[in-house]
Design a binder for this molecule. Sequence first.
Ligand code: ATP
Ligand code: LTN
Length: 332
Amino acid sequence: MKRLVSGIKPTGSLTLGNYIGALRQFVKLQEELIDTEFFIFIADLHAITTPQERQALKKNIKSIAALYIACGLDPKKVNLFVQSEVQEHATLGYIMESTAYVGEMERMTQYKDKKGKQTEGIRTSLLTYPALMAADILLYDADIVPIGDDQKQHLELTRNLAQRFNNLYGDTFVVPEGFFPKTGARIKSLTEPTKKMDKSAENPKAYILLLDDLNQVKNKIRSAVTDSDTEIRYDLKNKAGISNLLTIYASLTDISIKEIEEKYKNSSYKEFKEDLANIVADTLAPIQEKYNEIISSPYLDEVLDMGREKASLIARKKIFKVYKRMGLGRIK
Ligand code: ATP
Ligand code: LTN
């Protein structure tokens, strides 16, 4: 049996970008990779690399877990859990920090970007967080780690840390492979279509949240920035707005962009946007229905308890082995 591991930070509510780029991929993968065990966790320890309001963090953790299930993740096939509830993540995170060099942490481009945007109070964990991410992966001997492009460098670091540890202390960790879903398109902002759709954008019209009111969702699509041309054609350089809408359309319907262009070759932007508004709303309606059903039900806690138990069992064994290899504690 192979293992797949991935995490998502509960720093806000999920967007259509998260859905197309990550959640939908997981749902597809769970059907395709039948000989693979899935471990998907809410990375709350990663969220605190920047300040989080206590109540909001609490709410986001459960909300994201419920959304994963509402989007089609099957708790019978996937172990879904909260990272901080499996203590071994933090323990191995510290051990990974103890084998990583400051220089290699400082080279991480995400750190450099995020540090650049913040003026004061940069938390130490923002620098060291890739070591925790390495721990998340290595604890479970993951073979497959589905990630976006932005996480490539962190996965490369994870591979280096695993190899370094194996060389220093003997074979302990599986060196993981990245997995970059082909169709996991990058969805762009609806107001500034050259930038990524990001839940932390200031203008709420820039993103669609999976839990947005459906009329609001339609209005956001209708008012998405396009160009002064009239042709519905994919052209990232000159027509970023329309190209982004075409990508969303194609991702949600599994119709190719070529076919969509053909279908709308005599239509106006208005007609195209109206159809897309309905497609997005029709995608979100059943997700929201399911979400409302489970968000306050004991079922959600049962799923997260089960996931934690399964993950803990594996993580505990791995930490035991690591302690033993390194000479920590009194294990013989
Ligand atoms: P932050 O801005 O707080 O770093 P994020 O949305 O970039 O948040 P995560 O919430 O951890 O980061 O992302 C979860 C997953 O969703 C990742 O696999 C990421 O690549 C994917 N994702 C995020 N935004 C988009 C987007 N606009 N298009 C496609 N995939 C996305
Ligand atoms: N760093 C990732 C989230 C993340 C992750 C992981 C992904 C934390 N731990 C382990 C894959 C495997 C992010 O910011 N998107």
